[in-house]
Structure formats: structure tokens, C-alpha cells
Ligand binder design. Structure first.
Ligand SMILES: *Cc1c(COP(=O)(O)O)cnc(C)c1O
Length: 399
């Protein structure tokens, strides 16, 4: 007998659960890409994308994933041989650095480890040391999906300003947009990156860049821009709506429009942020209780430095790996693997997992995942403290 039959739940941090309405929006024949519904819809998408990021400036859509968004940002920000400063708080900051280096950018890194956010003082010091003002951009991940560390973007902006440095601020919000608050203009973010398949509840395949007018002007001559990645035609409504810089991502656009309607026009962005905040606190409360009686701990000690879309945690003695397998085989819930915490070959690899709570997720889904994890710990004999489900239910009850 398996208790996994029934509707399964993919609780990994991307791709996330896609609403039936989003999937249904894709069930249509190929549309005309030169006139009609797709053109009208695209206009609305651009307006919604600006609302989503909190900017009045520019948005660009690419057919790509998050890795593509990194290259898009790099190509528009830098010329070959330019300097960038990357604040690393996990695997995704390393990934962005690797892409930049491969493109010929001198990516200087500040590594803040795997458990705490970037220290704005160290960023300020690095910028003050750059007397010639060679660093063109500070690059930081809003929420690093591997560690679930959330960086304080306004504090990093303040550090750049305190150093009196002209560097632009570029932020990877692939894992956080739609889940954690993002106010691009108010926070002084110059370039923001995202992708469709996490908080935005849409199949993987669309990448987004938002850029300030300041960034647009400052990077006019950047020589890494190639025709595909150049943000200029993509942000120009007359060009993009007419030509889409190649064939439009037709069905993804229909899906995205439906997801943005749900997120911005039905639930409301602030309510979605509040939902993610509550569900994440329920997950943290459960782990805190489990940790009272076992080798179990959240990865990020400071709650203020945790993202609201994904939780990375440790269950020692290989418990995380065994629990992931049990949850999938016996209960129909797939949890995320630990990423960048230990090498896949090492025994410690089985000590880490991640629970996603991003996008189309509600209380019954998150409480269900926690209850399944509790059952799995009991079935496997993983030592754990009592009261996790009570604690999570209390968080949900208080809202
Ligand atoms: C998922 C993710 C990426 C990479 O996205 P892919 O679509 O997997 O290429 C980049 N940055 C962050 C913060 C992510 O969460």
C-alpha cells in the first residue's frame, strides 16, 4: 500500500505549482502574433510587470530561464573587461558570478557564507576601496534559493550611496518576486531579474529584466549587448508588441497574463506577500519545535534574514535525504534537495532539504507538507521534538 496516490504536491523551489487557470489559459491554437488578442494582452502584461516590480521605468521579456536572466543582465550592464562586485549568500550568487566571468566580466566577490545576509558595511568598504570607480554594478541575490537567505536590499543601496560610488545596483529576484516585498524604485534598484516559474506560477520559459532610466543611460555603450539580449528593443512597446524580437512566447504570455491577473488584480500583491509571510512562519515554527528534540535546524538563524518563499533546513544523520524519499514515495509530496550545502558525493548531502512555499500555495498545502514530514519522521525514527504541528497551526490561526 502507498498513501501517495491522489493529487501529488511538488514542494520544490521551482518550478512551483501552476494554477489550473494558468494551465487552461494555454489550451488554445497558435495565435496571430501580428494583431489581435496577443497584442492587447501584451500591453496589459507590461503594465502588470511594472506594478509587480514596483517600478515606473522599463521592463523586458526574454524567452529564457533564470540563467538567461543572469546573462541578459550581464550583457546590458557591462562591457568586456568591466568590473562587477557580487555579494554571495549561496549557490545562486555563485551561479551569477560564473556567468559573468564566462562573459569576460571581472567579477569580484564578497562571500558572506551560507547562513547570513550580505553585510552592507563590507560592500561599502569594497566600494570605498575602488578609488577609480571601476565597479559598474553591485550584484546581489534578493533571496538565495539554496540557503533561503534574504538580503536587505535597501541597506545595500544605502551602502552604495554612503560610499559615494556610482555603481548600479542589480538584484536577482527570481526566487522572491511575488512572495517577498520588492519595491524597485523606492529601494533604488537599477536592474531587477526574475523568471516565470517560481512565485509567478507560470511554466519555466520566460525571463524578465526591469531597468531604471539611470541604468539605461549609464549602459548605452556596453559592448556585451548582442541583438538577442539587448534590452532596448524589448522595452520599446512599439517594437516589442510588433515584433517580439522574434517569434513571441505565445502560450507563455497567455499563461503569464492569467497568473498576473490572479496575483495583482484578484488577491493583490500586498495580500500575497502577507500570505507568504504567514506560511513561511508556520514552516519555521514547525522546524523550531522539531529541533527541540533532534538534530534539526533551520539554515538561517535570524528570522529577519529568511526569505518567505523557501526554507532551507538541516536534519542530521542523513535524516533529510531519507525523509525526502519517504515523503515522495509514501505521501505524494516532493521536497527540495539541499543545494550547495554539501557535495552530492559526501554523506552530509543527505542532511539538507528545502521546503518551498512559493506562488500558488495556501494553508492546507503548507500544513499538509508539515504533517507529512512529521509522519515521515515518526515512520523513519528520525528524532524530533514534539508540538510542530500545533505550533504551525497556531501561526496559521493567528494569521
Ligand atoms: C531558480 C533561480 C535562478 C535560476 O533560474 P533557472 O530558471 O533555474 O535558470 C537564479 N536565481 C535564483 C535566485 C533562483 O531562485
Amino acid at each position: 500500500m502507498s498513501l501517495a496516490n491522489g493529487r501529488t504536491y511538488l514542494a520544490i523551489p521551482g518550478p512551483s505549482v501552476m494554477p489550473d487557470r494558468v494551465l487552461a489559459a494555454m489550451q488554445r491554437p497558435a495565435p496571430n502574433i501580428y494583431a489581435g488578442a496577443l497584442i492587447d494582452l501584451t500591453q496589459g502584461i507590461f503594465s502588470d510587470l511594472r506594478t509587480l516590480a514596483g517600478t515606473r521605468d522599463h521592463a523586458a521579456i526574454y524567452i529564457a530561464n533564470g540563467h538567461g536572466a543572469w546573462e541578459a543582465a550581464n550583457a546590458n550592464l557591462f562591457s568586456r573587461g568591466d568590473n562587477g562586485l557580487v555579494a554571495i549568500t549561496g549557490r545562486f550568487g555563485q551561479g551569477w558570478t560564473a556567468a559573468a566571468t564566462a562573459m569576460g566580466i571581472k567579477a569580484e566577490t564578497l562571500d558572506f557564507g551560507l547562513k547570513s545576509p550580505a553585510d552592507p558595511n563590507r560592500i561599502e568598504a569594497a566600494l570605498r576601496a575602488d578609488k577609480g570607480g571601476r565597479i559598474r554594478a553591485v550584484m546581489v541575490t534578493h533571496v538565495d534559493t539554496a540557503t533561503s537567505v534574504r538580503n536587505d536590499i535597501p541597506a545595500i543601496r544605502a551602502a552604495i550611496d554612503a560610499a559615494g560610488h556610482p555603481a548600479l545596483l542589480a538584484v536577482d529576484a527570481v526566487a522572491s518576486l511575488g512572495c517577498d516585498p520588492m519595491r524597485m524604485d523606492a529601494w533604488g534598484v537599477d536592474v531587477l531579474l526574475a523568471a516565470s516559474q517560481k512565485g509567478l506560477m507560470t511554466p519555466p520559459g520566460l525571463a524578465f529584466l526591469w531597468f531604471s532610466e539611470k541604468a539605461r543611460t549609464a549602459t548605452k555603450g556596453a559592448d556585451l549587448k548582442t541583438p538577442y539580449w539587448d534590452w532596448e528593443p524589448r522595452a520599446n512597446p512599439d517594437e516589442y508588441y510588433q515584433h517580439f524580437c522574434g517569434t513571441a512566447p505565445t502560450h507563455h504570455l497567455f499563461a503569464l497574463a492569467e497568473a498576473l491577473k490572479m496575483l495583482l488584480h484578484e488577491e493583490g500583491l500586498e495580500a500575497a506577500w502577507a500570505r507568504h509571510a504567514t506560511l513561511s512562519r508556520a514552516v519555521w515554527a514547525a522546524f523550531d519545535a522539531w529541533g527541540q528534540g533532534g538534530d534539526i535546524a533551520l539554515n538561517v538563524p535570524d528570522p529577519a534574514a529568511r526569505g518567505a518563499s523557501v526554507t532551507a533546513a538541516r536534519i542530521g544523520g542523513g535524516g533529510a535525504g531519507r525523509l525526502r524519499q519517504w515523503c515522495e514515495a509514501e505521501a505524494g509530496v516532493t521536497l527540495g534537495i539541499g543545494l550547495g550545502m554539501a557535495e552530492p558525493e559526501s554523506p552530509a548531502y543527505g542532511d539538507f532539504l528545502r521546503v518551498a512555499h512559493m506562488g500558488h500555495v495556501n494553508a492546507h498545502m503548507t500544513l499538509g507538507v508539515l504533517a507529512v514530514m512529521e509522519a515521515g519522521m515518526r515512520a523513519l525514527g528520525v528524532p524530533h521534538g514534539p508540538g510542530a504541528l500545533d505550533a504551525a497551526a497556531e501561526v496559521v490561526a493567528r494569521g
